[in-house]
Design a protein around this ligand. Structure first.
Ligand code: ATP
Length: 196
């Protein structure tokens, strides 16, 4: 049976750092929900049409693509709007993931990076779940630095999500990314080997 690692975490806790390492160091195929979520709203897609219907053409940039910053500010401040958006995008992402996994069925191990792994029940596709955790202080620092957010914006993004502790409670593996990169990658090595 294929080993399917469902990788998740909070915003900015280090999912991409871990998945890049699994891809580059272990040559594992990585399917990234964010990539399919972006694909779901590309110019001309039915889902982008629904978004424009709901928020008006102001939600688009001059070149006709989605203004993600604007949409982000709407959904990160409104649970109801966030739920609506997730309901549009999630089925598409799920279908694409299943399709890609079927194409990869000769691989012993694949990695699914899914920020909303627990929230949308995507755990059903995985044989194990990994959460990348870090302290909220680190999370804030890294978000502010990487995305040029204010403290308030970073805080709103964090509190809009399922609490990281709830994710840790549900996960098979918790990777603690509150220290150095090296320390994080060592934990990855350990957990990857456990079942290999
Ligand atoms: P998002 O949810 O926004 O997609 P993510 O969970 O994929 O984020 P990363 O992009 O991997 O998180 O990491 C967030 C930021 O923190 C990046 O700029 C990354 O380089 C940095 N970072 C990750 N781990 C560490 C670490 N141990 N020490 C210092 N910086 C780190």
């Amino acid at each position: 049976m294929m080993r399917v690692i469902g990788l998740t975490g909070g915003i900015g806790t280090g999912k991409t750092t871990v998945s890049n390492y699994l891809a580059s160091h272990y040559n594992l195929p990585v399917l990234d929900a964010d990539i399919y979520a972006r694909e779901a709203v590309k110019v001309g897609s039915p889902i982008l049409g629904e978004i424009v219907k709901r928020y008006g053409a102001d939600i688009l940039l001059p070149d006709g693509t989605l203004d993600r910053r604007k949409l982000g500010n709407i959904v990160f401040n409104s649970p109801e709007e966030r739920r609506w958006l997730e309901q549009q995008i999630h089925p598409y992402v799920r279908d694409r993931m299943i399709e890609k996994m079927q194409a990869l069925n000769s691989h012993p191990t694949v990695v699914l990076v899914v920020p909303l792994l627990f929230e949308v029940g995507m755990t059903a596709l995985c044989t194990e779940t990994w959460v990348v955790y870090c302290s909220e202080q680190h999370q804030l620092q890294r978000l502010i630095k990487r995305d040029r957010l204010t403290l308030e914006q970073a805080q709103a993004r964090i509190t809009s999500q399922m609490p990281i502790q709830a994710k840790c409670d549900r996960a098979d593996v918790v990777l603690d990314n509150s220290s150095t990169l090296e320390d994080l990658l060592k934990q990855v090595d350990t957990h990857l080997k456990i079942k290999n």
